[in-house]
Design a protein around this ligand. Structure first.
Ligand SMILES: Cc1cc2nc3c(=O)[nH]c(=O)nc-3n(C[C@H](O)[C@H](O)[C@H](O)COP(=O)(O)OP(=O)(O)OC[C@H]3O[C@@H](n4cnc5c(N)ncnc54)[C@H](O)[C@@H]3O)c2cc1C
Length: 472
């Protein structure tokens, strides 16, 4: 029997998996492989919540493969060495994989291609349009979102793969030994928060529910921090698909195609606008991945050199207060406690807490980026870095340094009192009208801290620091 390997990485699904389907179409029996790479799960940006979600997704993938008479072959070690040994052991004629665009993944995949004496077939599966396909007239990558999107909108997107999988596509793996899937402690992590169901079926159900309902009112609801911010199957307002897109339990083509069908099925102008807004979020996802692929330095330093001289503040106490949701600003503390409790935040909450860390506390975005990566189940190097550099004013389409979110007006505009009380039980007795700034009460709640900075003063100090950095 001729054999090929499919190496699963951030594409943990059987449907619309371009490299897997190419492997199946080759006519050889596919051995599905996952490799635990210490360099990834011991990296500073690794986090137990996302690993827990990954482990659950791997169990689901293994169960799905068993329905085809196969299973997930698990190995651990340096992926290049593991795959070279596996090719020798099985006589595999090729390795199939989907491209990944982080600097580490690109180095690793180049080393793999150089080491193996069989072909490595890479597919561009993770995005709607791969890096290099959306360029300016001069052939350069875009560094601003809107012209990127205009070009992106004009280009055709690949359809969802129609291959129907069959048991004959897969190797039964009867004589090839693998390792059991580890538990978190085996990877050196303590047990962590409960994670949502992690499977292709769960992702498909979330997508279906969103497309049947909230996508049509996305424009109105996406920025609100509602009373019930998180419940199964999903919070109100947005799709909650980010963890699923992150690990590839859903493909971006499946999401895009479903949105396009919803668009065709409605004639309401407002609904169509909401659908377009949601599709533009998928474009942001592509955009930040392109930025990372073309400008890998962003993971370590500012996208722009403009503020390299900025005197960021080094204050571990303030950093801890922010991390633990003890800044005294409810609209900052509620999301941070939500992040610590469930590993996910709505986009508006991410923007508010990122602005507060970088602009009110003047603490380097790198600390926030790392903390988010350690705690988010959807933590993605490209989107997270893009979001943080946007908030700090150092990134591509960044929020200019002089736009500083006011935590009280953001709270009044977007946060429902029920949301704040849900995550901050200390504020249960505070009336709605006072909950956005409880320190203004004649008798503030004794067990909730006063603000660690005065926003008006912090704002002036930050403006001065930015001006000094650019020599104004
Ligand atoms: C400081 C900061 C950090 C962030 N970190 C991450 C991260 O680590 N991982 C992550 O997936 N997103 C991140 N985002 C983007 C965004 O907040 C989340 O994608 C979104 O909140 C996920 O919720 P949802 O799936 O309901 O999104 P929806 O609103 O339903 O959007 C659909 C999908 O589009 C993509 N998307 C939406 N907004 C963005 C965006 N601004 N940039 C890139 N992709 C986007 C996501 O894949 C999302 O699932 C970050 C944003 C900020 C401001």
């Amino acid at each position: 029997m001729s054999v090929v390997l499919h190496w699963f990485r951030r594409d943990l699904r059987l449907s619309d998996n371009l490299a897997l389907h190419a492997a199946c179409r080759s006519g050889a029996a596919v051995i599905p492989v996952f490799i635990f790479d210490r360099r990834i799960y011991t990296a500073p940006r690794a986090g137990a919540p996302r690993l827990a979600f990954l482990l659950a997704a791997l169990h689901a993938l293994d169960a799905a493969l068993r329905q085809y008479g196969s299973r997930l072959l698990v190995r651990s070690g340096d992926p290049v060495a593991v795959l070279a040994a596996l090719v020798a052991e099985t006589g595999a004629a090729a390795v199939y994989l989907n491209e990944d665009y982080t600097p580490y993944a690109r180095r690793r995949d180049a080393a793999l291609a150089a080491r193996l004496n069989v072909p490595v077939h890479a597919s561009a599966d993770a995005l709607l349009l791969p890096p290099g396909s959306v360029l300016t007239g001069a052939g350069e990558p875009y560094t601003v979102y809107t012209p990127f999107r205009n070009n992106w909108n004009k280009q055709p997107k690949a359809p969802v793969s129609s291959l129907a999988l069959r048991a004959e596509h897969f190797h039964p793996l009867t004589e090839i030994a693998g390792e059991p899937l580890p538990a978190l402690p085996d990877l050196g992590f303590a047990p962590t928060i409960a994670v949502p169901p992690a499977s292709e079926a769960a992702a498909a159900a979330l997508l279906d529910a969103f497309i049947a309902g909230d996508i049509h009112t996305y424009d109105d609801k996406r920025n609100l921090l509602p009373a019930q911010p998180y419940h199964t199957p999903r919070p109100a307002g947005t799709s909650y698909l980010s963890p699923y897109l992150r690990l590839g339990l859903l493909s971006p083509r499946q999401a895009y195609q479903a949105a396009r069908e919803a668009y065709r099925h409605t004639h309401s102008v407002a609904w169509r606008e909401s659908i377009e807004t949601w599709v533009s979020e998928l474009t942001w996802r592509d955009f930040y991945m392109h930025i990372l692929a073309h400008f890998p330095h962003v993971l370590e330093r500012d996208f722009k050199d403009t503020y390299l001289a900025l005197a960021w503040r080094d204050d571990p106490d303030w950093l801890h207060a922010w991390q633990e949701g003890r800044t005294g600003y409810p609209v900052v503390d509620a999301p941070m406690r939500q992040l610590n409790a469930i590993g996910w935040l709505p986009n508006r909450a991410r923007m508010i807490v990122a602005s507060f860390l970088t602009k009110d506390l003047l603490i380097h975005w790198r600390h926030g980026d790392r903390y988010f990566m350690q705690h988010l189940i959807d933590g993605d190097p490209a989107a997270n870095n893009g979001g943080w550099q946007w908030a700090a004013g150092t990134g591509t389409d960044a929020q200019p340094y002089f736009r500083i979110f006011n935590p009280v007006s953001q709270s009044e505009k977007f946060a429902s009192p029920a949301y704040l009380r849900h995550w901050l039980p200390e504020l249960r007795g505070v009336p709605d009208k006072d909950i956005h700034a409880p320190w203004r009460l004649p008798k503030p709640p004794v067990d909730y801290p006063p603000p660690i900075v005065d926003h008006a003063i912090a704002r002036e100090q930050t403006l001065a620091a930015f001006k000094q950095a650019v020599g104004k």
